[in-house]
Design a protein around this ligand. Structure first.
Ligand SMILES: Nc1nc2c(ncn2[C@@H]2O[C@H](COP(=O)(O)OP(=O)(O)O)[C@@H](O)[C@H]2O)c(=O)[nH]1
Ligand SMILES: [Mg+2]
Length: 204
């Protein structure tokens, strides 16, 4: 009885934590996006000046408190040799943010292939629920010669059948200015909470 009461009490005091992977090709703006999340949600966090961000080799992890839960973000290196490591993280993630450099028209095919790979490997991966939401961010919308959100949505359209069961969306952002960052995080948080029945959070 004591243990039951203790367990209940402990969970009462704990908050739900959802893990979110930030994926995308190198140079897409993933680390800049995470830095802006820190600035928006944790004004006291240690931040890296945006102009001093270097390509990510390992991982950057940051947790924020939002609504009544936590979101733990994992910004992983995007160079092709590091992308093979992404699947290691799939089992424990509740949602994926895929950042796209909208100004990099030359690599848009590569972007499409990577996203298809992610969706396929997540489907083939034991333990990962295929219901987890995927948010695609069309970053660098400040660059005049860029792909529009509509163009980038076409990548999602190609995947429409595979994405059937999930929440998915494309949102425009300008990571360097922090524009769209809050909308993106809030969109995802609502979907993570909604998908709790399929992919349970941790309690922290
Ligand atoms: N013009 C513009 N540049 C951006 C934006 N977001 C990121 N960048 C730049 O893109 C480069 C790569 O950013 P970084 O965050 O390191 O990308 P990562 O490799 O995906 O982590 C850096 O020079 C950033 O300043 C944006 O919204 N607009
Ligand atoms: Mg990086």
């Amino acid at each position: 009885m004591f243990h039951l009461a203790k367990g209940l009490y402990e969970n009462w005091n704990k908050k739900e934590e959802y893990s979110v992977l930030i994926l995308g090709l190198d140079n897409a703006g993933k680390t800049t996006f995470l830095e802006q999340i820190k600035r928006t949600y944790n004004p006291n966090a240690k931040v890296i000046p945006l102009e001093r961000i270097t390509p990510t080799i390992g991982q950057n992890v940051h947790t924020i408190s939002i609504a009544s839960n936590y979101l733990k973000f994992w910004d992983l290196g995007g160079q092709s040799e590091l992308r093979t490591l992404w699947s290691e993280y799939f089992e424990h993630c509740h949602g994926i943010i895929f950042v796209v450099d909208s100004s990099d028209k030359d690599r848009i095919e590569e972007v499409s292939k990577e996203l298809i790979k992610i969706v396929d490997s997540s489907e083939n991966y034991d333990g990962l629920d295929t219901s987890i939401p995927i948010l695609m961010l069309a970053n660098k919308q400040d660059i005049p010669d860029k792909l529009e959100v509509e163009d980038i949505k076409e990548i999602f359209n190609k995947l429409a059948e595979k994405l059937n069961a999930r929440d998915s969306k494309v949102l425009p952002i300008i990571a360097t200015k922090g524009e769209g960052v809050k909308d993106a995080v809030e969109w995802l948080n609502v979907r993570l909470l909604r998908n709790k029945v399929n992919k349970q959070p941790k309690y922290k």
